[in-house]
Design a protein around this ligand. Structure first.
Ligand code: FES
Length: 109
């Protein structure tokens, strides 16, 4: 389900921010006007990627320096070996929406 997050105005191109929906920790980045959402916790260990360095489409993990492409979650350098989970986004009326899977509850299973 597409969920509103932050405004594109609050997230200029080249910037990133953190967001949490349904206990899913996200990093949202604006790369040349396109919004991308990936898991915020590094796939290597417990580090918050939104506190890392974003250069172009590459986020560098602040803990061990692993690098990922935020457009597709692909690993670009060790020590990370597992890709990041990515989430579809869209921008409507200046708001970035992220498609988050609905939480499964006992009633919905
Ligand atoms: S925690 Fe990110 S590379 Fe190790």
């Amino acid at each position: 389900m597409f969920t509103p997050t932050v405004t594109i105005e609050a997230l200029p191109s080249g910037e990133k921010t953190k967001f949490e929906i349904n206990e899913i920790k996200l990093m949202i980045a604006n790369i040349n006007g396109v919004a991308y959402a990936v898991q915020r916790i590094c796939s290597h260990a417990d580090a918050d990627l939104s506190e890392g360095t974003l250069e172009g489409c590459v986020i560098e993990c602040p803990l061990h320096g692993g690098m990922f492409d935020v457009r597709d979650g692909k690993v670009l350098s060790l020590p990370a070996t597992q890709p990041l989970k990515t989430y579809p986004t869209k921008i409507e009326n200046g708001i970035i929406f992220v498609d988050i899977p609905e939480v499964e509850t006992p009633e919905s299973i």
